[in-house]
Design a protein around this ligand. Sequence first.
Ligand code: G6Q
Length: 554
Amino acid sequence: MSAVQALREAAADGPLHRPVCRLLQAHQAELADVAMRDLFERDPQRFERFSLKLDGLLLDYSKNRMTDDTLALLLRLADEADVAGWRARMFAGDKINHTENRAVLHTALRNRSNTPVRVDGEDVMPGVNAVLAKMGAFAEQVRSGAWCGYTGARITDVVNIGIGGSDLGPQMVVQALKPYRHPQLKVHFISNVDGAHVRETLETLNPATTLFVVASKTFTTQETMTNAHTARAWLLAAAQDETHIAKHFVAVSTNRDAVTAFGIDAANMFEFWDWVGGRYSLWSAIGLSIVLAVGIERFIELLDGAHAMDTHFQTAPLAANMPVILALLGVWYNNFFGCASHAILPYDHYLRSLPAYLQQADMESNGKSVDREGRSVDYATGPILWGATGINGQHAFYQLLHQGTRMVPADFIVSVRAPIPEMQAHHDILIANCLAQTEALMRGRTPDETAAQTTQFVSHKVFDGNHPSNTLMIDQLTPYALGRLIALYEHKIFVQAVIWNLNAYDQWGVELGKQLASRILPELQGDAPVSGHDASTEALIQHYRHMTQARAGL
Ligand code: G6Q
């Protein structure tokens, strides 16, 4: 047996083998047939006991299949996994991303208290503050019209070119903060290497008034570089002079050499650091398109909100700690009820990209099958995260949530304040639906209740209920509230990683995709014999080559 095989077979002492997990298993068996509606009837204080408030954020987790005993056991699991110790190590800049030998310090990017945070003995805060100031000064020039394109006209459109962590966060935040955006500056996002994405975006734009933000931590990502070169050619076709690139291209990266090789002036590069993971990078210079859209003051409010959640996460007792509670409930369903997925259901048009954003944050972080020591895990790790805006989902996939054979825990997210005040009547309907869904999922409808309403197809109309959900009610979707919400999920993911003994901050699965495609590309384009693949892949490459050559009349 090789050393790697031995490692992959040696997880029998893993975190889900702790004695407390056996107690949790026994407890789950006791609770399996207990209906939440009965727990509510027996305990009028259930909401008070199982909800938390943090300024303008309310987390109601009372509609979960849990009791005080459940929580006590789950908290013991958190203690035994040393959540508090790992939390301290992360905030202190320890290299907890051990497979890449990196610290994990997205929290330093929003460390509004400005206390020193050291990596290898050096305080990172002066660098963080300097880049933030540079982003603010640059954005102010563009927003005020002082930064002009090659014809002297003001910039009207910003295009962020990036993918994955260099796209999903800024795109989600710019969309969520639409009411705060500059009225004369549109922000677009190009991520897919599918030529349709870049073509469709550029054909609506004027090169003389367009600014490109090429956002790539490595500045080598094939999709981003291909789109950036296409955008560069599009600009030069109109501007006719390479010196004009400086007015129309800026870069966000950790790779200065590659940025200057592209032709972007190093003065127009916004730096960040290897201790910022891609999917945790919207707080860094990767947020430049956010700053351009909403201004530096609003961006700082976003950071303030995240910092408030960081402080809560660091200081609140685990039993009253929102990220910890959400994480533990997730573990409860994932590992003790066998739930494979988790739904994110924002009842908010402006948060319609939140499920996709959290999908990356969660699934890329905890979609791992070896533990920190490289041993195969014999327990479920990160769930399949999915979702869509609430009301639309009701008319689509909620059928399965209510009456399917799987239990899908869900987070309902909703704002008290209507984003558009004169549309209050719409908002009331939205909220009524959100609350009705969580109630129906929890209560269900018994055969007797159903029979009292109808005599036909009664069994088809019965709802078992007992489907768990959390409700996050935000006073108003401000930049501050959004920052706090995103940080809440980041820390939830972190706590779960600690419990599952995972490194949440590497992403070898993404790296593999980057390597494989670069091998196949020349095979698609050339006519040399294709070899070294499986029969399926080889045949598909040959088919593509044959069809494209036939079309080109070769
Ligand atoms: C995120 C991942 C991945 C990454 C993209 C873009 O955590 O690492 O989504 O953000 O692959 O990478 P670059 O920013 O280097 O282009």
